[in-house]
Design a protein around this ligand. Structure first.
Ligand code: CDT
Length: 310
């Protein structure tokens, strides 16, 4: 019997503190990729903004001062060894990074994730749509999330491509909290969503325990997987990064909503699962048969501009 088993590693990373040379960060990622390849994986998934500290937590008055945090080309000399290793070992990967793109002679900054095939070629690119935080400097907060200042809303939609024997999409961190993210890809037949996240254990603007924050992170990813009958792989940058505690809990979620592999610590670590993409088929044909059971004619309100349609 034919199956479509993809062996996937959630390649969690510990902190990438300011001042860590990119060469060292890339070497850490190469070690994780080697480990995943040794375990027979087809794909390793790295976190959001994997190559740098989560720089949007600090304000720089002149955006150009932050240019060093962005990649101006992908691949580039710093990350080429990772691409070469992937090609040599025949393993794909997904990687989040800050992107500077010059489009029609205008500079744009995006929070980006790419999907790289086992031949070392980029097969898909996603630019984060749901940017959390704020644009203004809030020095009274213990740390900030200035993603709305450092990035533009992604302009590529929610691509789903044929790769790894299935239909593969990506999203990034805060995107995972929005049902629209999953459903946009679900409507394109997605079978595997890979995402990286960088989530503080404490939200300075909400009184929530670390346990509750972890529960919420899992809740939205597990619901997104189940309701769209797709695997979801969520991968953290974890541990204390530049003085801020980031949650771990990287995991691989089955289309039935169960977590089937997870990391246990807050450092560089992989969690591996065999994901049979054929396990997506029953849910798509039965319980979540969109053609038969969705009622888009009653969902017009979803397309109304921001806010309530009351
Ligand atoms: N990176 C990112 O999107 N983080 C947000 C933090 C929100 S709480 C301060 C997240 O949704 O995890």
């Amino acid at each position: 019997m034919m199956t479509r088993v993809v062996r996937i590693a959630a390649a969690q990373m510990g902190p990438v503190n300011s001042g860590e040379p990119k060469r060292v960060t890339v070497e850490r990622m190469m070690q994780l990729l080697e480990r995943a390849a040794d375990e027979g994986c087809d794909l390793a998934v790295f976190p959001e903004l994997a190559l740098t500290t989560f720089f949007p937590r600090a304000y720089l008055a002149d955006l150009v001062e932050a240019d060093g945090f962005y990649e101006h080309a992908m691949p580039n000399a710093d990350v080429q060894p990772l691409f070469d290793l992937a090609r040599g070992r025949g393993i794909g990967f997904s990687l989040g990074y800050a992107e500077i793109a010059v489009e029609n002679a205008v500079v744009h900054r995006y929070n980006t994730q790419i999907l790289v095939g086992g031949d070392g070629g980029i097969v898909s690119r996603y630019r984060k749509v749901h940017l959390p935080g704020h644009t203004d400097h809030r020095p009274a907060d213990p740390f900030q999330n200035l993603e709305k200042y450092y990035f533009e809303v992604g302009n590529l939609g929610f691509p789903v491509v044929d790769a790894f024997d299935g239909r593969v999409g990506m999203c990034i961190c805060n995107d995972r909290r929005w049902p629209e993210t999953y459903r946009m890809m679900g409507l394109k037949g997605v079978e595997l969503i890979v995402l990286g996240y960088t989530t503080p254990l404490h939200n300075p603007r909400a009184d929530q325990s670390a346990e509750l924050r972890m529960f919420q992170s899992r809740l939205c990813m597990q619901a997104g997987a189940y309701q769209n009958s797709t695997f979801v792989v969520g991968v953290a940058k974890a541990g204390r990064e530049d003085g801020v505690d980031l949650m771990g809990g990287s995991c691989i979620i089955h289309p039935d909503g169960r977590v089937i592999a997870e990391t246990g610590g807050l450092g560089d670590e992989i969690a591996v699962a065999d994901c049979d993409l054929d396990d997506c088929l029953n849910g798509k044909a039965e319980e979540f048969n969109f053609e038969r059971n969705r009622r888009p004619e009653l969902y017009q309100g979803l397309l109304a501009p921001h806010g309530s349609t009351r």
